[in-house]
Ligand binder design. Structure first.
Ligand code: TIU
Length: 235
């Protein structure tokens, strides 16, 4: 409940400068930590990517998720994917990238990027708890074609801690969408992952450049040190 969370501002060292937020008005957004992006044989691999590069995101994100739950921040998980009849899949997206398996084709974890399939769901390590919002999105941004704005407004959220994959695609698109809608976004550098090391670095630089043109960037340790938690949980 928002009224039970600390309403005072806390400050986190970040680029391009300290990020101040009220935990009472902040949500943790976890973008597309789905088997289809992280495991061999899923959508990410069909696009020609080395999916092993994303594994490093899981342990720090587990720690941030645990801390968010202890603090009482709303946790919103997203999943990129499409209806089983693919009626929400634009032909241009279907054709994109000449993948060996296209969206909707049967893969080792069920139909690629289709809602309800095993591969479409979130990895076990970050499984949503009952009561946490799981938001299905057809596009790269979490605001496009979803009710995310209504969810945030109903919970009084003004700031977002953004995590997930991939840095330069769905994380970036979502941060830009959030910025345009007036939300302040803090991206955790070790809790977002890319298939391309250079895109990871440049993607984060692009967010924090120009005085924080899209948002702020810090790491999970800095956020965890700043997040107020019950004394027993923080040790
Ligand atoms: N291909 C790629 O890097 N990402 C995606 O297709 N979706 C997300 O980032 N979730």
């Amino acid at each position: 409940m928002p009224e039970e969370r600390p309403d005072t501002l806390v400050s986190v060292p970040a680029r391009p400068g300290a990020f101040s937020f009220a935990p009472a008005r902040t949500a943790l957004l976890i973008i597309d930590m789905q088997r289809d992006f992280l495991l061999p044989g899923g959508f990410g691999e069909t696009l020609g990517n080395d999916v092993g590069r994303l594994a490093a995101v899981v342990p720090p994100l587990q720690r941030v998720l645990a801390a968010a739950r202890e603090t009482g921040l709303p946790v919103i998980h997203t999943r990129e994917g499409h209806r089983p009849d693919l009626s929400d899949l634009p032909p241009a997206k279907h054709r994109r990238g000449k993948p060996s398996l296209r969206i909707g084709d049967p893969g080792p974890y069920g139909r690629i990027l289709v809602r309800g399939e095993y591969g479409h769901d979130i990895v076990d390590e970050l499984a949503p708890l009952p009561g946490e919002v799981v938001l299905d999105k057809p596009g790269k941004g979490a605001f496009y074609g979803t009710d995310l704005e209504e969810v945030l407004r109903a919970q009084g959220v003004e700031s977002l801690v953004v995590t997930g994959v991939t840095t330069e695609v769905c994380v970036h698109t979502t941060v830009r969408e959030a910025n345009d809608r007036g939300y302040e976004a803090l991206v955790l550098s070790d809790c977002v992952g890319s298939y391309f090391p250079e895109f990871q670095r440049v993607g984060l630089d692009m967010i924090a450049a120009q005085g924080g043109i899209f948002g702020w960037v810090t790491d999970s340790a800095s956020l965890l040190a700043a997040l107020p938690r019950p004394a027993a949980a923080a040790v």
